[in-house]
Design a protein around this ligand. Sequence first.
Ligand code: GDP
Ligand code: MG
Length: 280
Amino acid sequence: MNNNILVIGGPNAGKTHFGGQLYGRLNSRKFSYRIDPNNRPADLTIFEDVINKLSEGIRAGHTEASANRSIELKIDDEKGNKITLAFPDYAGEQVKEIVSTRKLNALWQNYIKSSTTWIMFVRLDEISELEDIVNRGIPAPEEIVRRNAQPPPVKISDAAQFVELLQILLYVKGISTLHKTNLPKLCVLLSCWDTLGVDDGTIPEKLLEERVPLLHDFVKNNWASESFSILGLSSTERTLSDEPDEEYIDKTPISFGYFVMPSGIEERDLTLLISNFIGK
Ligand SMILES: Nc1nc2c(ncn2[C@@H]2O[C@H](COP(=O)(O)OP(=O)(O)O)[C@@H](O)[C@H]2O)c(=O)[nH]1
Ligand SMILES: [Mg+2]
C-alpha cells in the first residue's frame, strides 16, 4: 500500500518548521517511523537549514517566493509500509495564486493526482475575521453609518479561500462531491497551536468549528467521517525569534513540539502524526 501525503498551505503557516522538526525525528531513528535508507533525498537542505537554525535557538528564514524546490521524504514503518511525504516547498504564495487564478501548474497537477492524503495547514491566529455569509449579523446603527462612509474592499474571507482551494483541488483530482469522499483523506492541521492561547484539552475540531465554521462545514459535509481528521500542531512549541533561545540550544530541537489529537490530548511524538494522516 502506497501512501502519498501532500502538504498544502499558504505562506507563513508553519510548513517548513514542521518539515524540519519531523525530519529531525525521522532521521534520529528513535521512533517507529524512519527515513527509508535506500531512498534518502539527495538534497535535504530545506530541512537541514531548519534544524541547524533551531539548534542555534533561532527561527529559520522564510522560504523565498521564487524558491520552487520541492522535496519528498520516503518513510518506512516497522511493518515495511511505504509512505511518501511531499512538500512542494514553494513559498506558500503559490497556493494563494491557485485560488486567484484558478490555475494549477503541471507540478501541482501531478502532486494532486498522485496524492492519497492531503494535509492542509490552517493557522488560526492569522485568520482575519471578515464577515461572510456564515457569521454575518445585524450591525449596530453607528457601525452601519461608519461602513457606508467608505466603500468596502472586495475581498473573499480567509475561510472562503480555504474552501475554494479544496474545491479546485477536488475538481483537478476528478472527485465528485455527490457522495462523501474517502480518497484522498484530508487532515486539517491547526498549526502554531501554542500561539492560540487555548485551554489544555481543547478539541481541535471544536476550535475549527468555532473559528472557521465555513471550512469546518465544508470538510464535514464532503468527507466521510473516517477519512478526515482535524488536529492541532505546535512544531516549535514557542515563538522563536532571531535572538537565540538558550533552552533550545541546551535541550536540542527534538525536545520541543507536540501535536493535539482529536481527543484534545497532546502527543509529543511527532512521528505519530503519520499514522493519523494515513489512517489506522
Ligand atoms: N509559535 C510558533 N511559531 C511557529 C511554529 N511553527 C512555525 N512558526 C513560526 O511561524 C513562521 C512561519 O513558519 P514557516 O515554517 O516558515 O511557514 P511556511 O511559510 O508555511 O513554511 C516562522 O516565523 C516560524 O518561526 C509553531 O509551532 N509555533
Ligand atoms: Mg516555507
